[in-house]
Design a protein around this ligand. Sequence first.
Ligand code: DGL
Length: 259
Amino acid sequence: MLGLFDSGLGGLTVVRRVRELLPAHDLLFFADQAHVPYGDRTPEDLLRLLHHNLAWLDSRGVDAIVMACNTSCAMAERFGWPQTRAPVLDLIESAALAVERSGFTRVGVVATAATASSGAYGRKIRARVPHAAVYETGAPDLVPLVEAGKLGGPEARAAVERACASLPANLDAVLLACTHFPILDAHFAAVLGSGVVRIDPALVQAERTFALVTELGLAPGTGQLECASNGDPQRFGAGLEHLIGDLHPEVHRLQGVEG
Ligand code: DGL
């Protein structure tokens, strides 16, 4: 079984990509909605939550942990990864690999405030592409909109416009560096225009997950998709139905996780 977590519904964008490549492997996804949004929290608080969430997935006996939260990865980049029994796949490393493969050198990073101010994306990308110009910007308004299911309409469009306003012109690509943001991709497409490529790091994360599963020799299961949240059960259920209803998630532990 593979374990994933995020602060909320955004991690489902990673779940979907992993499911596409590994349809028969069992997945366990935890949404820490008691603490969403992560992006406004202090680094110390976020590090504590990272420890907690990794330990919970480890305690459930997962074979590997596929990170579905950029903000948590940014804290690990700064403070170091907590010890885990299961191997952990870093999402920001996947994002940096995606940039390297693309050949782009002028890259915008739209992320949570905590991720942007950590500078983790810039460091990880420049480690692979030393001459890259990386512009990181925080977008605190977007996660609450996605969590509230306000995806269409002028409010979401205006929030994405604000999020992109401080990016310079002539970018090759923009990384959707929070897993909630691909849910607003239609707005990013409209605001950025066809000349800017949008990169969702979840695609490379899923590829690396496939490679890790192969390397570890993890046998397929029954294709179970278990989803858990410590937030409001009704809101979580509605979000799951809307975003991954076609994947038939089993919601076993809506309120069973402390946080
Ligand atoms: N979806 C998460 C990320 O990728 C965190 C969003 C939040 O809760 O602020 O960073």
